[in-house]
Design a protein around this ligand. Structure first.
Ligand code: IMP
Length: 414
């Protein structure tokens, strides 16, 4: 039995797609269990760029099976576009990609509602406007349309019911028409995915569960209401894919060497001005789905401790350490206001002030470093300190977007 969950410890965009791609070499099956086309992951293989929206980046390894599980909300138009792009790249999808019949569908009217709310509301959340919130609202409101429903005679009635609720003046006939081709293209990939995952686990195959977005965007545990609409944390892997918790034997967290957030909401270690712009440029911190400039800030240890606790993280992977090269000083948040450093707690509120420690930066570029000892001593001190405070092993550090730009410290976790 070998289920591993990989989650982002922060606000998403920690480079999970790149880590999933790296780890997939040693896994048989990769499962996405939440979210939808709000997530964008960029992966470079031999300097070729791949951008993923719904499909796990593990599909780039020819031996893997990839699953879109029922906890996801799937925009069939985005998915079909992504599948045909992958096929054009020569990636075989048949018998390798499976879509849960029970996943909910994101329709254009969901997107329209999301967009209108974001454009008109005085209290914007900064969503990706991909219809994610309204689709999950339909699911919980028991008026959602699942992938399986696309193939029944009741589809039109179901659409009418949803449209009455949202009142978007939907042209049902046009939408049904457009879905004809989509249905034809998706049909070969639809399956009972929880059964496939459980069979794989029973046969001792290695299954990697990929959480979309990040811990602090979790609907129940994040910076509510500035969150996404699903459970992004490790626990979401079980509900979102139909696998019991006893089948999971490891949880890994991915954390960027600094913090970014796209969208609104509290960000206690946010920095502004020239230093922020420097990090944004060095790290190319622009949303891969929306193109929005990401807010940037220092690493937040109380938030990381919180993420380790609620996900049950066994080991951490640090990404983008190379981006910090060139800074004279690197800060790290130890606590908030007057909290004792050791007892510091993460509170999802903006009315707190970060208390920092300072580290001396390093000038050397790290993109060609492949071993721990080749890292400048200042970079090693920074990583050692994070590990010391968090008391969780750091098992790998990435120093660039390509597969080989990875310093592996504890292979047994990956
Ligand atoms: P939604 O998921 O589009 O409803 O957006 C809710 C919040 O989650 C917004 O702050 C988005 O910017 C954020 N968000 C959604 N998906 C991602 C992601 O993949 N990476 C980072 N932030 C995301």
């Amino acid at each position: 039995m070998s289920g591993t969950i990989l989650v982002d410890t922060s606000f998403g965009d920690c480079g999970k797609g790149r880590i999933i791609d790296y780890m997939s070499e040693n896994y048989d099956m990769i499962v996405k269990y939440n979210g939808g086309a709000n997530s964008g992951r960029t992966v470079y293989v031999n300097d070729k760029k791949y951008v993923f929206r719904l499909v796990p980046s593990g599909i780039l390894w020819p031996h893997t099976i990839c699953i879109l599980a029922q906890g996801m909300v799937i925009d069939p138009f985005v998915l079909v576009g992504e599948l045909s792009k992958l096929e054009q790249e020569g990636i075989q999808l048949k018998d390798r990609l499976f879509i849960s019949d029970l996943a909910h569908v994101v329709f254009p009217y969901h997107q329209m509602v999301d967009e209108n709310r974001e454009n008109q509301s005085s209290n914007k959340l900064g969503t990706t406007k991909k219809g994610i919130g309204p689709a999950y609202e339909d699911k919980v409101g028991r008026r959602g349309i699942r992938i399986v429903d696309l193939f029944t005679d009741e589809l039109e009635d179901l659409m009418m019911r949803a449209d009455q609720y949202w009142d978007t003046q939907l042209d049902r006939f046009d939408l049904l028409n457009k879905l004809t081709d989509i249905r034809f293209k998706l049909k070969p990939f639809i399956a009972n995915t929880s059964s496939l995952i459980n069979i794989a686990l029973k046969h001792n195959q290695k299954v990697l569960f990929e959480g979309a977005q990040g811990t602090l965007l979790d609907l129940d545990h994040g910076t509510y209401p500035y969150v996404t609409s699903s459970n992004t944390i490790a626990g979401g892997a079980c509900t979102g894919s139909g696998v019991g918790p006893t089948k999971i034997n490891k949880v890994l967290g991915v954390t960027k060497a600094y913090t970014t957030r796209v969208g609104k909401g509290p960000f206690l270690t946010e920095i502004l001005g020239d230093q922020a712009e420097y990090l944004r440029q060095q790290g190319q911190e622009y949303g891969s789905v929306t193109g929005r400039p990401r807010r940037v800030g220092w690493l937040d240890l109380p938030a990381l401790k919180y993420a380790i606790e609620i996900n049950g993280i066994d080991a951490l992977i640090i990404t983008k350490l190379d981006v910090l090269s060139g800074l004279d000083e690197i800060k790290i948040c130890e606590a908030y206001d007057n909290q004792n450093r050791l007892d510091a707690k993460f509170f999802p509120t903006k009315n707190l002030k970060a208390v920092y420690s300072s580290f001396i930066g390093w000038k050397e570029p790290l993109s060609e470093v492949t071993t721990w000892l080749e890292l400048p001593s200042e970079a090693r001190s920074y990583v050692n300190y994070i590990e010391f405070v968090l008391q969780v092993p750091i098992c790998a550090i990435s120093v660039g977007p390509n597969r080989n730009q990875m310093i592996v410290l504890h292979k047994e976790y990956l």
